[in-house]
Ligand binder design. Structure first.
Ligand SMILES: Cc1cc2nc3c(=O)[nH]c(=O)nc-3n(C[C@H](O)[C@H](O)[C@H](O)COP(=O)(O)OP(=O)(O)OC[C@H]3O[C@@H](n4cnc5c(N)ncnc54)[C@H](O)[C@@H]3O)c2cc1C
Length: 509
């Protein structure tokens, strides 16, 4: 058979300061920060719109968030409100709607707990179930506040920039020492210092699992300090018009400060010269050169696919031995008649029937109903429900089109049957249903195996093993959820601030 010739290589435009591969929130924060400093920046996005896992799609009058919808980082005070700050840096703002309850847990052993925005109310809600652990509960969550208070005092920039570290340390020595103390710690070890009741420790496990997708013993204390405290400080706030607005606004701001973005621009290769990253080649053959290349693709996509295997750095091989890909999700995007939701329903729910199945395929169900905060995302009289549960891609491969459709239908039915327990009449009230699998996540989000992100293969030293933005390949930086400090919109925004800071120094900006 004749081999298809590869498309011609075309060199396009003048040399740039930075090329950012991907327009997830990590990539866009890097791009906007650099462009705001005066750098000439080009973002190359393989999909039709920006946002990646925080993008959106529209069907039959519904606007669905593809992934994230519990949004941290929109507070008005402190330094950890990184989404507010990222938008402001390019003269943008976004109206947000405060969520009064972060999560309503529906758990085994009759635990029905709401994480109220008000800290004292939350402590009271959980203490109702564990009055004998009243003191331990307060001590544990108070210790999380210690981490948060350290973080929330300092400008969150690159840990790879010695002059910044020196400045921050001289201004806030106690906060820095506090953070250094917690950097190698995991939540489980701290929780057990204060809490003895095994059921309460299981509750702490799911408190971690629902965003880190690993139990407390493997969840870094720094990340927990952020999540468990910021939900009561800056709070969880939903962007008016849907989560997709964050990326849309960042792109608008990027353009206004002179940056550029191209869609349907899939990077096929990172080009190197004498071991240094110098440019990229797109699937259509176009080639762009820049002083620095930033990859917002996952580390697996970056180092296994965009670079030749023979130049994969040893430290990346070691990282892949310590961290593995988390599962992807089976996602149901549902449009439903409004009367199905009982009065007083909150936006985010976690459902689990058996503690032993917390981390199993289909074990924990995550639910978001953003129309309870912004009714304009659905036609009048209807709500959106996004329900998702972990699934591995391996279960969805090698199927005929018919088998794939049948398996999706069966899996969706199982999720709906479980949701019926909290939303009786859901099935009868369905108006729209689309089912996404790990294959869908892989295809539309450009993430290997559709993974949610990296998880430790075994218990590690807190966050110490997570790589920062520079890589062993000069000129190549990574940003997003497979860099420090991990998954979540506010976390990848942090990674974006840090990446742009380090790169800005390297570029002499
Ligand atoms: C179902 C689900 C629910 C979630 N819920 C929450 C939540 O409630 N709250 C929260 O904070 N977080 C949540 N998250 C996690 C959060 O969405 C992610 O951690 C975060 O959005 C990842 O951002 P990122 O910058 O790393 O990149 P991504 O969002 O992965 O974006 C990367 C971008 O790069 C593009 N790209 C990749 N390769 C190439 C290439 N070769 N050429 C060009 N472009 C390329 C992709 O198309 C994509 O647009 C959720 C995630 C999922 C999947």
């Amino acid at each position: 058979m004749e081999q298809k010739p590869s498309p011609p290589v075309r060199k396009v435009g003048q040399k740039l300061d930075a090329i950012v591969i991907g327009s997830g929130i990590g990539g866009l924060v890097t791009a906007t920060q650099l462009a705001a400093k005066g750098a000439k920046v080009l973002v190359l996005e393989s999909y039709l719109i920006p946002g990646g896992s925080s993008g959106y799609f529209e069907r039959q009058g519904y606007r669905f968030d593809v992934g994230a919808s519990m949004i941290f980082g929109f507070g008005r005070k402190g330094t950890t409100n990184l989404l507010t700050r990222a938008l402001e840096a390019v003269n943008m703002t976004l109206d947000t709607i405060p969520d009064p309850v972060q999560i309503h847990y529906h758990l085994p052993d009759g635990l029905d707990v709401k994480v109220d925005r008000n800290y004292e109310q939350f402590l009271q809600n959980i203490t109702t179930y564990f009055p004998h652990e009243q003191q331990g509960i307060r001590r544990f969550y108070d210790e999380c506040w210690q981490v948060f208070n350290c973080l929330n005092r300092i400008d969150l920039l690159s840990l790879e920039e010695p002059r910044y570290l020196f400045r921050v340390f001289s201004q806030h020595p106690l906060a820095c020492l506090g953070l250094a103390k917690y950097l190698p710690c995991n939540v489980g070890d701290i929780a057990r210092r204060y809490i003895k009741d095994p059921l309460l420790l299981k509750f702490i496990d799911i408190e971690c699992y629902c965003w880190s997708v690993v139990p407390a013993d493997m969840t870094p204390m720094i990340n927990a300090g952020m999540v468990f405290s910021d939900r009561h400080y800056g709070g969880v706030n939903y962007p008016q018009g849907g989560v997709g607005q964050i990326a849309q606004k960042l792109v608008q701001g990027l353009k206004e400060v002179g940056g550029e973005i191209k869609y349907q621009a899939r990077v096929k290769k990172i080009l190197t010269r004498r071991g240094k990253a110098v440019g990229v080649e797109l699937a259509n053959g176009n080639v762009y050169y820049a002083k620095g290349i930033v990859s917002n693709a996952t580390r697996w996509d970056t180092f296994n696919k965009l670079l030749p295997e023979n130049i994969k750095p040893t430290n990346e091989k070691k990282w892949q031995q310590r961290y593995k890909k988390s599962p992807s999700f089976l996602s149901l995007h549902i449009g439903v008649r409004a009367e199905v939701l009982p009065q007083g329903t909150h936006c985010h729910h976690i459902l689990l029937d058996d503690w032993n199945q917390m981390a199993d395929v289909g074990g924990t169900i995550f639910v978001s109903i953003p129309t309870l905060l912004d009714a304009n995302l659905a036609p009048a009289g209807y709500h959106i429900i996004h329900a998702f549960t972990p699934h591995w891609i391996s279960e969805w491969q090698g199927l005929s089109a018919k088998e794939y459709a049948i398996r999706k239908e069966k899996a969706a039915k199982r999720v709906i049957a479980r949701l019926e327990k909290i939303f009786p009449g859901l099935n009868a009230g369905l108006d729209y249903l689309s089912v996404g699998t790990p294959r869908t996540h892989r295809r539309f989000l450009g993430r290997e195996d559709g993974t949610y992100g990296p998880i430790p293969r075994r218990k590690l030293w807190g966050l110490l093993g997570m790589p920062l933005n520079r890589t062993a390949i000069p000129g190549l930086y990574c940003v997003g959820d497979s860099t420090f400090p991990g998954q979540g919109l506010n976390a990848v925004a942090f990674s974006g601030f840090a990446c742009a800071h380090r790169m800005g120094v390297d570029l002499g900006l």
